[in-house]
Design a protein around this ligand. Structure first.
Ligand code: PBG
Length: 329
């Protein structure tokens, strides 16, 4: 029976003003929640637009101070470096990955020299920016060969660590590489290097614009389904995470981000370790294009980022991290 008092429980009371809403908010974002990807290219005084990623650029090394200064001012804890390697430097074996004068190595040296430990540097461990076929590993008779690839990844890891990289992020999805990289680091006395494993990385269509940005798109032969995960699976992600933790990972990444919030939540609930989310290039471009065409309003960016926090992510890799002064208001 409806009485005069009905309903005594009114959840809208907590939503009535901005201050009540702020008072009861369960999740927040701060600049410490972000990792900023930076695309590098050869040359001097260059800033090159990436057609498939609105407002994202590739920078020559002499111009990255501009972005890092801003990142530090905005209190972003870490940047992630991605090279666009010239086609002539790519080959079947991805040997440019082991060149101590490659784009990533030169950028690490410059950033560390200028900023010391004011900001963290994260580097991918994978061969795809360096191979002529665009795969993350070596190929033999049409197969991405696991163990031989790991030998190269170990050397890539050691090189990047010696240059001053703080956080190595293997994004290659080879089996057993975390253990091998961790023991190689230990043997070289590099015991303070963090490993952020891209442990649950799915074979996804959302990486398209990134492959464009690092110049591997046109050259990629086939797909990455024999090493990146099947997006139909959850249990497999938990097994990947359990293994990488056992092998020595300090933090783990889920990638892509928004379509995989359930995976972030399951990992956080089960393992209680730092979990990062990667709001990948395809997510970024979808959102940005829709905003630029006025199909959705720009608050969708904040909403998308809060979703990661709600799911349990500790930090988010996002191409919006260079605009936090506009987003976190
Ligand atoms: C390389 C790598 C990829 C991304 C990060 N590291 C692409 C891929 O695996 O093909 C994707 C990032 C993005 O789409 O923003 N192993």
């Amino acid at each position: 029976m409806i009485t005069g008092k009905y309903p005594s429980l009114r959840l809208r009371r907590n939503r009535k003003y901005d201050w009540t809403r702020r008072l009861v908010q369960e999740n927040t974002l701060s600049s410490s929640d972000f990792i900023l990807p930076i695309f590098l290219l050869d040359g001097k005084n260059k800033r090159e637009a990436i057609p498939s990623m609105p407002d994202v650029y590739r920078y020559s090394i002499d111009r990255i101070s501009q972005i890092i200064d801003k990142a530090i001012k905005n209190k972003v804890p870490m940047v992630a470096l991605f090279p666009k390697t010239k086609k002539i430097k790519k080959n079947e074996l991805g040997t440019e990955a082991l060149n101590e004068n490659n784009l990533v190595c030169r950028a690490i040296l410059q950033i560390k020299k200028k900023y010391k430990n004011e900001i963290g540097i994260m580097c991918d461990v994978a061969l795809d920016p360096y191979t002529s076929h665009g795969h993350d590993g070596l190929i033999k008779s049409n197969e991405i060969i696991n163990d031989e690839t790991i030998e190269v990844l170990i050397n890539q890891s050691l090189l990047q660590a010696k240059m001053g990289c703080d956080v190595l992020a293997p994004s290659d999805m080879m089996d057993g590489r975390i253990k091998k990289i961790r023991s190689a680091l230990d043997n070289e006395g590099l015991k303070n290097i963090n490993i952020l494993s891209y442990a649950a990385k799915y074979a996804s269509s959302y990486y398209g614009p990134f492959r464009d940005a690092v110049g591997s798109k046109g050259s990629l032969k086939g797909d990455k389904k024999t090493y990146q995960m099947d997006f139909r699976n959850t249990d497999e992600a938990l097994r990947e995470i359990a293994l990488d933790i056992k092998e020595g990972a300090d933090m783990v990444m889920v990638k892509p981000g928004m379509p995989y919030l359930d995976i972030i939540k399951s990992i956080k609930d089960k393992f209680k370790i730092p979990v990062f989310a990667y709001q990948v290039s395809g997510e970024y471009s979808l959102l940005s294009n829709a905003i630029n065409k006025n199909i959705i309003d720009k608050n969708a960016i904040y909403e998308s980022l809060i979703a990661f926090k709600r799911a349990g992510a500790n930090a988010i890799v996002t191409y919006y991290a260079d605009r936090l002064d506009k987003i976190l208001i």
